[in-house]
Structure formats: C-alpha cells, structure tokens
Design a protein around this ligand. Structure first.
Ligand SMILES: Nc1ncnc2c1ncn2[C@@H]1O[C@H](COP(=O)(O)OP(=O)(O)O)[C@@H](O)[C@H]1O
Ligand SMILES: [Mg+2]
Length: 454
C-alpha cells in the first residue's frame, strides 16, 4: 500500500477519537481520512435500519454540499439490485457506477450529486454487516486501485472498532447510572429502616415506662387501700368521742352528771384515744414506708443502702398488694449489709418480683404462700435471693422470662415486660447479675448480685 495511505491509516488508528466512546467523533475522523486518502469530495456512512431492506445516511461529508444534515433513505423495493449486491457482503467497486450491475439503479442519486464512481465497503460490528461506507467519486475517468480498496476496507474495520468502544462507553454509563440508582435506593431503604427502628424503640420505651408506672400504680393502690382502714377507724373513734363529749357537756351544764357517768366517759375516751393513736400510727408508718420506697422509684440516687432495713420498709408497703392471697414475706439477713447502689431501682425490682409471685406463682388459694428474701454478703457487694414456694416454671418458660413481651398470662393482661425491666435494671442500672432457678410445683428463686457502685 502507498506510504501516504498507510500514514493516514496509522493516524486514524492512533486517534483517541476512535476508542473514546463517542461514535459521532470517530465517524468524522474516519470520513475525513477517507476523503483525504481517496481524494474524493463526498463520502458517507449508511446504516441498515431494523432489517436489511432499507438503509439511511448516518453521516455524509460533502465538500460541494454544505447542507448534509438531511437524512437520506433508500429501500430494497426501489433498488433491488443494489441490495442484492450488498447482501453478498463484498466491497462494491463501481468505476462507472451508472452502468455497474450493482449500482445502476442509483442513477438519479448520482445525477443529483454529480457522481461517477462508487466504492462501497461493508461496515461490520460483532461479525454482522450493519451498513456501508460509500466513497463517491465525481471524476468520470476514476478507477479505484487495489490499494484504495484495501485502504477503505481498513477504515471500515476501524469504524467497527469505534462502534464497540461507543457501546462499551454506553454500557459503562448505564452501569454507573444503575449503581447510583442502587446506592440511592439502598440509602432510602436504610433511612426508612432506621426510622422504623426508631419508632419501634420509642414505642418500646413508652411501653416500658407504662409498665413501670403500672407497678408503681399497683403499689399506690395497695397502700391507699391499706391506709384507708386505720384512717376510717380513727374517724369513727373521733366522731364517737365528739358525741360523748357533747353529752358530757350537756350533763355538766344542767348539773345532772354523776360520778359514775364521768368515770365511764373517761374510760371510753381513753379507749378511743388508744385506738385512735394506734391506728394513726399505723397509717403514718405505712405512709412513711411508702414514701421511702415510692419516692425512690422515680429519683435514682446512689446511696449506701442498708439492705435489710430498706427491704423491710419496702415489703411493708408491698404487703397490701398481695394481701388477698395471704402471702407472708420474710427477710433474712446475715449481717448488717450495706451496698452502695441505686436503691430506687432495687425497689422496682423487688416490687416486680413480688407482683409476679402474686400473678403467676401463687395460684392455689389454700396454700401457705411464702416469699423468702435472703441477703448475703459478697465480695463485690451483696447477693439477694428472692424465693417463692409457688407453682414454679418449666424449662421452656424459665429460659424466656427475661425476654421483652414474653408472658404466659397474656389473656389475663400480662404484658411480658416486668422481668425484662427487672433484667435491664439489674444488669444495666445496677451493673449486677440476675439468674433464676425453678422447679415446677416447688417454686422459683431469683438470685441477684448487687455490686457496690462508685
Ligand atoms: N415467680 C414466678 N413463678 C412462676 N412463673 C413466673 C414467676 N415470675 C414470672 N413468671 C413467668 O414469667 C413470665 C414473664 O413475667 P413478666 O415479664 O413479669 O411478664 P408478665 O407478668 O406480664 O407475664 C410470666 O408470664 C410467668 O410465666
Ligand atoms: Mg410481671
């Protein structure tokens, strides 16, 4: 091949336009090279449509015609010989295109653009013929040389290369877009999951708060009920005294009072006052104990807690809660054990455990229900054992009781949150440990390690 043509091919082949991914740019470079190499003034790329029965001009370069923007089309119906020749997928070398068997039908087209010779090279992509590069000569005596035919063929191959690059580029762009879309979707999903989780946590916190308040509510109701009895007795005693006093005053004023009457009145009044003071004292003790524990339920302060005293006071407040089931609660303590801890949390824990004994352990009305709380010293603080002699639990239940929402009493209003709150209070708030042992028919024992906190 002529060196001149080889050099042009080399330049085209090395041009960044070819593999750059922009087919239009690459086509321009190839068509310019064809014009220069073949020394022609009109060249174009024509591509098949959806099938090989029609072709349209994709891009035409024409030095004599500046407006080549209009797309031209030809179809097999009008140019059957030409399409038959194209199907052979060989280069059509027509020096005199008006008489050449493949191109003779294109006479009008040739006249319109002043064309004599045609060199149509097949364009291929992925092994398929997709169109032709039409090199058109306006010189009547023009003969296409072998070199020129080879040159045009190589340019056509380069066009195929450019097309692959463009396809790859489009594919990459698509992947990139899909990746971005995917990232956006993942981000969106993550966001909605995060929101759902937040909502769930909030709902759970609200439930736990409600449950805590319910435990406190039970305590309050029990204490209120218990205080009501001595207060009622006190009110009756006072009314009784007032009544007697009025009678005494009347008798005193009309001088009808006898010594015996006075003596009876004094005795009666003493009795009434004894009743009054013992009942008021009882009410005061209840309120004091309640205050000690109930106030702590909300105010969590780190104190050096005398466990036996504190739990004694708490148990007195809790007794009304379990009174109907005749539960006796005893506390055994080895020594005067003090633990630096949040005693309010401890009160909540014991309240929940007592409430559970009432709700779940003590189901037989005739049994002697007992709760025994044992306090033992431990190198880190103290161990509190909470034992009932109720119905106990099977292994399945025992393994699940600390899980939130686990309850065997849903139909009687159980929420399954009590022991999960206990678990969290012991392990998180008090930094301690909790374990449970149980035998069906014999009872359960909760073992709590309450460490000294600093
Ligand atoms: N002292 C106990 N004796 C027997 N079973 C118990 C005892 N304490 C708790 N349970 C079991 O543990 C479950 C979970 O208790 P809890 O978390 O307080 O929820 P709830 O009291 O709302 O059922 C109860 O439903 C019950 O089956
Ligand atoms: Mg409970």
């Amino acid at each position: 091949m002529q060196e001149r043509l080889e050099n042009i091919l080399l330049d085209v082949s090395k041009s960044p336009d070819i593999d750059g991914g922009q087919l239009d740019k690459a086509t321009r470079t190839i068509l310019s090279a064809a014009m220069e190499g073949l020394q022609i003034t009109r060249v174009g790329v024509w591509l098949f449509g959806n099938n090989t029965t029609a072709m349209h001009s994709e891009l035409i370069f024409d030095q004599h015609d500046s407006d080549t923007s209009q797309q031209l089309s030809i179809s097999e119906t009008d140019y059957s010989d030409y399409f038959a020749a194209l199907r052979k997928e060989r280069t059509i070398i027509a020096n005199d295109a008006a008489t050449h068997p493949a191109t003779h039908e294109l006479k009008i087209y040739m006249q319109q653009f002043g064309i004599f010779g045609m060199l149509d090279v097949p364009l291929r992509h992925k092994g398929e013929m997709i169109g032709v590069m039409c090199c058109e000569s306006r010189k009547s005596e023009r003969k296409w040389t072998e070199d020129e035919v080879a040159f045009a063929g190589i340019l056509a191959d380069i066009y195929g290369r450019a097309m692959s690059a463009s396809e790859r580029d489009q594919f990459e762009q698509m992947l990139l877009r899909q990746n971005e879309q995917l990232e956006a979707i993942v981000e969106q999903r993550t966001q909605s999951l995060r929101e759902a989780l937040d909502n769930f946590k909030q709902a759970q916190e609200r439930l736990i708060e409600t449950e805590k308040m319910a435990a406190l509510g039970k305590l309050v109701a029990g204490v209120a009920h218990e205080v009501n009895t001595p207060l009622g007795i006190s009110v009756t005693a006072t009314t009784h005294c007032e009544h007697r006093l009025k009678k005494l005053k009347a008798a005193f004023e009309d001088g009808s009072i006898s010594r015996k009457q006075l003596a009876t009145f004094i005795d009666d009044t003493f009795d009434a006052y004894t009743l009054l003071s013992s009942n008021l004292e009882r009410a005061a003790t209840l309120i004091q104990n309640f205050k000690k524990t109930a106030v702590d339920q909300s105010s969590f302060e780190l104190v050096n807690c005398p466990l036996a005293d504190y739990l004694n006071a708490l148990v007195i407040s809790l007794k009304p809660m379990v009174k109907k089931k005749k539960v006796s609660i005893a506390i055994e303590s080895e020594a005067d054990i003090k633990v630096k801890t949040y005693q309010g949390a401890l009160a909540q824990i014991i309240t929940n455990l007592v409430s559970n004994c009432h709700d779940h352990a003590f189901t037989e009305p005739d049994d002697a229900h007992q709760i025994l709380i044992t306090i033992q010293p431990h190198e880190d603080g103290a161990v509190v054992r909470f034992k009932d002699n109720g119905k106990g639990m099977d292994n399945e239940t025992r393994k699940s009781i600390f899980e939130p929402f686990y309850t065997t009493a849903r139909d009687t209003g159980g929420s399954g949150l009590g022991l999960s709150i206990v678990y969290n209070l012991v392990t998180r708030k008090l930094k301690g440990q909790i374990d449970v042992q149980s035998t069906p028919g014999e009872g359960s024992e909760f073992i709590l390690l309450i460490p000294n906190l600093s």
